[in-house]
Every structure is written in C-alpha cells, then in structure tokens.
Design a protein around this ligand. Sequence first.
Ligand SMILES: *Cc1c(COP(=O)(O)O)cnc(C)c1O
Length: 379
Amino acid sequence: MKFGTKAIHAGVEPDPTTGAIMTPIYQTSTYVQRSPGDHKGYEYSRTHNPTRTQLQNALAALENGKHGLCFASGMAAIDAVVKMLSPGDEVISTNDLYGGSYRIFTKIFQNYGIKFHFISMADINNIENYVNENTKLLWVETPTNPLLNIIDIKGAAAIARKHNLKLVVDNTFATPYLQLPLDLGADIVMHSLTKYMGGHSDVVMGALIVKDDELHEKLAFIQNASGGTPGPQDCFLLLRGLKTLHLRMQRHCENGRAIAQYLKNHPKVEKVFWPGFEDHHNHAIAKNQMRDFGGMISFVLKGDKMEDAIQTLERFKFFALAESLGGVESLCGHPASMTHASIPREERMKGGLSDSLIRLSVGVEDIEDLIADLEQAIG
Ligand SMILES: *Cc1c(COP(=O)(O)O)cnc(C)c1O
C-alpha cells in the first residue's frame, strides 16, 4: 500500500458486530466475562479498549512498525519511555528540544537519578563524546523545535547500535508522511498526536511505535501500570484525523515552501529557518531522509528586537497567536516566552533560540491569504 491508501485503510477493520465502516467509540470501562478469565480479549479499558486498539494498529502501520501504544498526551508517552530506565542511567538528547521534553527530563527524571546530556547533534559524531557505560538512550528530535535543525537518523541509529543504546525519535514535526524513523534504524518513534497526526487542534494525545516485541511488552506494561491512557472519544477523533494526514501534509508542505521563499526575500527579515533551503546546514540530510520539508518555519526580524517580534505577532489576522502546531489553521508563536519559556535563557541562546524568534505553523488555507497576512503583519 502507498502512504495515502494506508492512511485511510491500514490497521483499521470495519466493526465486526455491525459492519460500521468507521470505528465505533467504545465508551466503556469494563467488559463482561462469561466465566473468570473467559473474555473476548478485553477486561478493563486502561489496559485495552477496542477504539484505542484500532488507533494503535493504524499508527503502527503508518510508521512501518509492528506495535503502537497511545497515551493521554505526548508527555505521557515520553514519561513511559524514560520509566524504562533506572537510577544511574544516562540519556543523550539534542539541545534544541521541545520545552516540555526538557522540563520532564530536568525537573522530574533528574530527581530520580537519571542523567541527561543536552548536546548539538548537527554533527552526529558529537554524540560519541558523551557515551559511557551508563548511557542507555539516545533522544532525537528532527526537525527540531523551533530552529528546524536536522539530525541524521541513520547515522544516529548506527551509533546507537554500536553502543547498544535505544534510539528514540520524536517524529511530531515530520509525521510518517515525511519520514519513517523505524525504517532508518530507530527503536522507538514518539509522537505528540496533538499536532499534525490529529491535525484539527481538537485533541491532546501521544503515541509510541516500535517494531520489537520485547520493547513493546515493556512499554505496554508501563502504559497499563502507570495508566496514562487516552479515552475512546479522543481515539476516535485521532482515527478520523489520520485519514486525511497525507492530504493535509501535502498542502502544509506546499504552503510552507511558498512562505519560506517569501520570507527569505523580505527586506525586513534577517534569517529564515527552514530545512528546504539549499544553504540550510543539513539540507542534504533532510533531502535524504524526508519526502518534503514540512510546514514549520521560524524567522528573525532585522535588528533582532523583542518588541518588533511581539508587535508583528499582535498584527497577524489569519496566523492565530497560540501554543501548539500542526493543525489545519495557521498559528504563530513566540518560543522564548511561550513554548520554550521553561528552558533557561542561557541554554536557549546557546542553541541559537533568540528572544525575537517567531515560529510559524503554516496551515492549509489558501496561500494568497497567508502571504497577504504576513505582508501586513511584518509591514
Ligand atoms: C507538543 C510536543 C510534545 C508534547 O506533546 P503533548 O501532546 O503536548 O503532551 C512533544 N514533542 C514535540 C516535538 C511537541 O511538539
């Protein structure tokens, strides 16, 4: 199956009891047993729920994995991965990271004796400088948020294999439409389904996708034991969103390309961050591991003044000023004070995230309207 066909059909079966083509919302917490232990595979909805099962299967199919696991949020999915570790273990992560990931690593898991290194992975050879006998996990986000750096997944997978580490890729920005980390050697794909996968800004959810049975068993144990699972109504919304993932992503990419070019030529714009530019630091890797370059763009205005950025953000009409990304509607944001406020300024600046950086999540509206909005907002 090609990707678009998969998005609509893979992993999802018409309901066996009625033939309903869309997966029903099994709004139930428990399931009747004929005799103790004699049931139809469902006992309690924290452990299994038929709506969630179909979503997990669909996600596994889209990521070319074998098993999917859904969580009540992207953060709950991240939480489950790190819970596989023990005190003394070490994680090597990128320094240009989703703020919430940085927060859970440093403010929660560091207190449990797990050590995190936040390093530049623009050149993946840098990773080996931080590997020691306690290293267990490599945490990669690509493209990164909000600077759109690109990390070589295949290269990171080779390093992980060599040192017997597990490679996790946060695939939230790219989605399986653009890149397939498991095919490139990753062990775990992590998603905030809240973003492009759901695609309609109406649900918060996360997921993990793996190929390996043993790894799945460990993570499924944590999913059930810790209990950060989503409800069936939300799983239904996700299943509905996935059916148009390929259509939405195609338009996000088209609009993203047009806006990146527009901003690059704008006299008031200093710098544009978008992996599709030939002079992007890791453009060649992006071209190699991604189908297209997505709808996320960041830029800095000439003069790099925080007030100019704030005023521009206030003037937008179609780009709504909001946290989050990946919905059908265009959003704009100010990472330094919004999504990345939990990262200390010094850490932010080290990675190049300046105070005046504006981040765009380019939606699927008509491009003429979006360009006109940028025109009037930047002035
Ligand atoms: C939003 C996001 C998360 C966290 O997901 P939630 O669904 O908000 O809990 C993790 N990683 C990235 C890249 C994100 O954009």
